[in-house]
Design a protein around this ligand. Structure first.
Ligand SMILES: [Zn+2]
Length: 297
């Protein structure tokens, strides 16, 4: 399951990480007890159809040892022992992890990067996420999940983010920023999806916004490539269409910020479907089962 601000996205997978069923449940009340009872409802519904071996939960925040959410600002949470609470409510072994780390685990075990020793995942949506996996291990510490890459500097002449940075990742890539610029261009309230759809249809104003975003993303990817030497870059999340539509601007920007002698690693675009996040969370449970770590619960 992936916890979003106003819904729980759930996917049932087999042991190979293939999705066999999925659902979306509205989340009206993000307080932990209310969320746990919704999670238990989802678990009851899917358990009626098939046996569930374990639950993995992905959340956009900092997580301690796959058990407790240290902080998740979009939910207003601090120190929530979510795995324990869900285990008590469902009786199913449960693991919790930062959602980008969970996505990295899927890509490492079953996805595009399963043959790679070192790869990076960049997620686009309401914020920008970054995950690096080296020899099967996501590189994390207790600061991971507080949004370390969300304000990466990209364009010193760009627009301001809400924290006063000029041209940072939040100002160029966040879906609410894109919607705001498109609203200015069109003179009418425009959503992120409408903005990228207009760009895809060739509207010059929308295309300029998306290409500017893609150039900024190229600067981040060039830095990731220069500093971590990945064998693959995977772009995922709801905002993946920015990279798709702005593809040529993205590649040009990466090249402009790297040595001409540097190799370009393959760049994969995920589908951007929200169910991908839930599938990543399911992989936490698959791994724990496969590695025999559920026995103590
Ligand atoms: Zn910023």
């Amino acid at each position: 399951m992936k916890i979003r601000e106003n819904e729980i996205v759930a996917a049932v997978t087999n042991m190979r990480g293939d999705i066999v069923a999925h659902s979306i449940t509205p989340l009206l009340e993000p307080h932990p007890p209310a969320l746990v009872s919704r999670v238990a409802e989802v678990h009851r519904a899917v358990s009626a159809e098939r046996a569930i071996t374990g639950i993995g939960i992905g959340v956009g925040g900092a997580v301690h040892k796959r058990r407790s959410v240290i902080s998740a600002s979009f939910l207003g949470w601090r120190d929530v022992p979510l795995a324990d609470l869900v285990e008590s409510a469902t009786g199913a072994p449960t693991l919790v992890e930062n959602d980008v780390v969970a996505l990295c685990e899927y890509e490492d075990w079953f996805g595009a990067a399963r043959e790679d020793d070192r790869f990076a995942v960049i997620t686009l949506g309401i914020g920008t996420g970054f995950g690096l996996v080296v020899n099967g291990q996501p590189i994390v510490n207790e600061d991971y999940g507080i949004g370390l890459v969300g304000h990466w500097p990209m364009d010193p002449t760009g627009p301001f983010c809400d924290q006063g940075h000029r041209g940072c990742a939040a100002a160029l890539l966040n879906s609410d920023a894109i919607a705001r610029y498109a609203t200015e261009v069109f003179g009418t309230q425009t959503s992120f999806d409408e903005a990228v759809q207009s760009a895809a249809e060739g509207h010059p104003g929308a295309l300029r916004i998306v290409e500017h975003a893609a150039q900024g993303l190229g600067i981040l990817i060039a830095a990731v490539c220069n500093l971590t030497l990945p064998e693959r870059i995977i772009i995922a999340g709801e905002g993946v269409r920015l990279a798709d539509i702005g593809w040529h601007s993205l590649l040009r920007s990466i090249r402009d910020h790297r040595s001409p002698r540097a190799h370009m690693p393959p760049i994969d675009l995920a589908s951007g479907d929200n169910v991908e996040w839930a599938r990543g969370a399911a992989v936490l449970a698959i791994q724990a089962f496969a590695l025999g770590r559920f026995s103590g619960i």
